[in-house]
Ligand binder design. Structure first.
Ligand code: NAG
Ligand code: NAG
Length: 177
């Protein structure tokens, strides 16, 4: 490598650094833009409360910066309602088997045969009694006792008024098996 090349590499690095420094200006944030980093609460404060539950979202807005973006994994019900559920298998994040013990179905999800309870098999009324539960299986079920209703996307927006929401919609090819 010639010294001219080394020089231009060093110059590029210095220019990049200057660019970043300029963008940061007087900002205390060491991000590329100098703006505060975005805080995304995935399912709310889901370490303590069931992911995507009212308490989880509420606590994220209280405990974190007021700029916090609330993240919701949108799943559709039979009647086209978008609800926030962390797992496509409802049995992994709710107590739905207690209400619909015979509701287990198999679908091909992205080509993989998946068995469980799925939101598309129920309408909003049928899901109104179902409660979210913690998804940390290693923890005692004592974290589950309260009723945590499923939240529709609109509920999250209107109840917690976050400055923004991150809606994740996985477009999966699902077919009944
Ligand atoms: C769903 O729950 C089962 C145990 O009930 C677990 O083995 C599996 O890993 C979970 N799946 C996901 C995607 O969390
Ligand atoms: C939801 O499903 C139940 C049971 O199948 C049915 O009785 C009810 O009318 C449905 N409600 C709506 C709003 O579609």
């Amino acid at each position: 490598m010639g010294s001219g090349r080394v020089c231009s590499v060093v110059a590029s690095v210095v220019l990049l650094w200057l660019g970043v420094a300029a963008a940061q200006g007087d900002s205390p944030w060491k991000t590329l833009s100098g703006n505060a980093p975005a805080i995304i609460a995935k399912g709310g404060f889901s370490g303590l409360f069931p992911d995507s539950s009212e308490f989880a979202y509420q606590f994220a807005m209280i405990a974190s910066s007021p700029d916090t973006i609330l993240y919701c994994d949108v799943r559709l019900t039979k009647d086209g309602l978008g609800v926030c559920l962390p797992d496509i298998k409802m049995d992994n994040c709710t107590n739905i088997p207690d209400f619909y013990p015979k509701g287990k179905k198999s679908y091909l999800v992205n080509g993989v045969s998946t068995t469980g309870w799925f939101s598309v098999d129920y309408n909003g009324t049928e899901l109104s009694q179902v409660s979210l539960k913690q998804s940390i299986f290693s923890r005692t079920p004592r974290f589950d006792p309260s009723f945590f209703p499923l939240l529709a996307v609109e509920d999250v927006a209107s109840k917690f008024k976050p400055p923004g929401m991150w809606l994740s919609m996985t477009v999966s090819t699902a077919s009944s098996t």
